[in-house]
Design a protein around this ligand. Structure first.
Ligand SMILES: [Zn+2]
Length: 171
């Protein structure tokens, strides 16, 4: 099932998501499957559950855009446990469509997370994958990438969005 993506302005995007405690259930597997489907439909490389209106600590990532099945990643209750270096590049978010901003982030990031069965694993990513780990973990903490840009640029985006909301072009 393809969920519509929740856009900036909805409270669920700025709330801390809840820890998942039940694993290996049909419900969780279905949610993961639906999240991949929704992410591919929206042409994203990552999607966090709050972006489909589900306030749970779950994110999916596929930096190959569905080209390489082994690149599909499911992060449940992820935590960033190490970061190193810096990278500067453009970042966007499915919840803030059409906007892209330059964001400086660590270059190498290690996350600790659980899989669908509840097994804990650690994984290190570089460049785009490192960025995805941080972006998605931020989502689960109620944080959007625009909190990493200058207040001036953030206000400009907020103002543009308010205009779109008034014109009913943002829902
Ligand atoms: Zn995002």
């Amino acid at each position: 099932m393809i969920y519509p993506i929740v856009k900036y302005g909805q409270p669920v995007l700025e709330q801390k998501a809840e820890t998942i405690t039940e694993f290996d259930t049909a419900e969780l597997r279905k949610l993961v499957e639906d999240m991949f489907e929704s992410m591919y439909a929206a042409r994203g490389v990552g999607l966090a559950a709050p972006q489909i209106g589900v306030g749970k600590r779950l994110a999916v990532i596929d930096i190959s855009n569905g080209e390489e099945p082994e690149k599909k990643l499911v992060l449940i209750n992820p935590e960033v446990i190490a970061k190193e270096g810096t990278q500067t590049g453009e970042e966007g978010c499915l919840s803030l469509p059409t906007f892209r901003e330059t964001v400086t982030r660590p270059k190498t990031v290690t996350v600790r997370a659980q899989d669908v069965e509840g097994k804990t694993f650690e994984m290190t990513g570089e460049d785009l994958l490192a960025r995805a780990f941080l972006h998605e973990t931020d989502h689960l903490n109620g944080r959007l990438y625009i909190t990493h840009i200058s207040p001036l640029k953030r206000d400009l985006i907020r103002r543009k969005i308010r205009k779109l909301q008034k014109a009913n072009e943002w829902s």
